[in-house]
Design a protein around this ligand. Structure first.
Ligand SMILES: Cc1ncc(COP(=O)(O)O)c(C=O)c1O
Length: 392
């Protein structure tokens, strides 16, 4: 009879049969999976047969989330990653080679700018920032080196919208692929693949997770495109965690409800702040004053415009800092897309890599606040924000 330790390890590793499917997808907290022979393992590692070998490559909890995301984005496939940045890196590096160039929006998540500057440049991949709300400017910026046009459905942090369908048509005519970061809209508000995008990425840290308790990302698109990006992610160690994939699956179940409340709260706060003392401008796609309001009404589902608002305070950097100190409901923290209202100051956080002189080109001022409206009672949010913005 084997010794106690041997018996304990074997006994505690037996996976039960589950005749009644659990209502929730289990967390497969295992780094590795037993195989019958070396051929099976080799085929699994090459993604040549269904199943799992090692969690850096795949895991059943990841697979459940990938299938859900693919379905909700109207795609063939998805691959989940450690973070939104791992997804962005995987997509870009799988498409571009040394000597190629990517076009990025002038107003784009600061981490994407950092990736271009600190990682892509070292590999000889160039980047050019363009105003993606201007199709003629995008076309003029395309050169024979351009391989990828990067867009955000709703830009971080300016809330500008690019016309994905029009730009995809023009880019494809020039042999340029289009990738869309759909983090701000989430699959509940927009499906960029249906508008002509070739691949979509998400930071699941935001609306998909929805509770500021996970960091994760996703790549969504055709099976071939996702497989190419997956190779980069798997090889560079950007895999998701089954624990966080579980929380992302839970988040998906309430995503539509949360987006409705984020959108209605944000519209009410943006409306109250427009013209309020101390406020220079409010940028929210749901406001008639937003430059792409008509486009937002056309492309965002159900007349919703999401929870992200950009507020330009009249008094610049000092006014922004005073606002953050005065808030009682909103939380001064980076990140977005959560149940609690989060407010950050891009000039000193997400866009700290830009000098003050470069902020206007990214659509920012030193006094711009990025506001991620949460699910609190809207009267409390309005009172908090109007009070904090007041110059007195
Ligand atoms: C639009 C957008 N894309 C990508 C990211 C990066 O996501 P993560 O922090 O999960 O890597 C962020 C993070 O703020 C973001 O706002």
């Amino acid at each position: 009879m084997p010794g106690f330790s041997t018996r304990a390890i074997k006994a505690a590793s037996r996976v039960p049969d589950v005749p009644q499917p659990p209502v929730n997808v289990p967390i497969y907290a295992t780094s590795t999976f037993e195989v019958a022979d070396a051929t099976e393992l080799a085929e699994l590692l090459a993604f040549e047969r269904p199943g799992h070998s090692y969690t850096r490559y795949s895991n059943p909890t990841h697979e459940a989330l990938e299938r859900a995301l693919a379905e909700l984005e109207g795609a063939e496939a998805a691959h989940v990653t450690a973070s939104g940045m791992a997804a962005i890196h995987g997509v870009i590096v799988s498409i571009l080679r040394s000597g190629d160039e990517i076009l990025i929006p002038r107003a784009v998540y600061g981490g994407t700018i950092s990736l271009a500057r600190s990682v892509l440049e070292r590999s000889g991949i160039g980047h050019l920032a363009v105003d993606t709300t201007d199709a003629a400017a995008v076309m003029a910026a395309i050169t024979p080196r351009t391989k990828l046009l990067w867009l955000e459905t709703i830009s971080n942090p300016t809330t500008a919208l690019a016309d994905i369908a029009a730009l995809a048509e023009l880019a494809h005519d020039r042999g340029v692929l289009v990738a869309v970061d759909n983090t701000f809209a989430s699959p509940a508000l927009a499906n960029p693949l249906a508008m002509g995008a070739d691949v979509v990425v998400h930071s699941m840290t935001k609306y998909i997770g929805g509770h500021s308790d996970i960091v994760g990302g996703a790549i969504v698109g055709s099976a071939a495109r996702v497989a190419e990006a997956r190779e980069i992610v798997v090889t560079s160690g950007g895999n998701a965690s089954p624990w966080e994939a579980f929380l992302a699956l839970r988040g998906l179940k309430t995503l539509a409800l949360r987006m409705e409340r984020h959108s209605s709260n944000a519209l009410a706060v943006a409306t109250a702040l427009e013209g309020a003392p101390g406020v220079g401008a409010v940028r929210y796609p749901g406001l008639a004053s937003h430059p792409q309001h008509a486009l937002a009404c056309r492309v965002l589902r159900g007349g919703m415009a999401g929870g992200m608002v950009a507020v330009d305070l009249e008094g610049g950097r000092t006014h922004g800092e005073r606002f953050l100190g005065r808030m009682r409901v909103g939380v001064h923290a980076t990140s977005l897309g959560s149940v609690e209202t989060l407010v950050s100051h891009p000039a000193s956080s997400s866009h700290r890599q830009l000098a003050d002189a470069d902020l206007p080109a990214a659509g920012l001022t030193p006094g711009t606040l990025r506001v991620s409206i949460g699910l609190e009672d809207v009267e409390d949010l309005i009172a908090d924000f109007v009070g904090a913005a007041s110059p007195g």
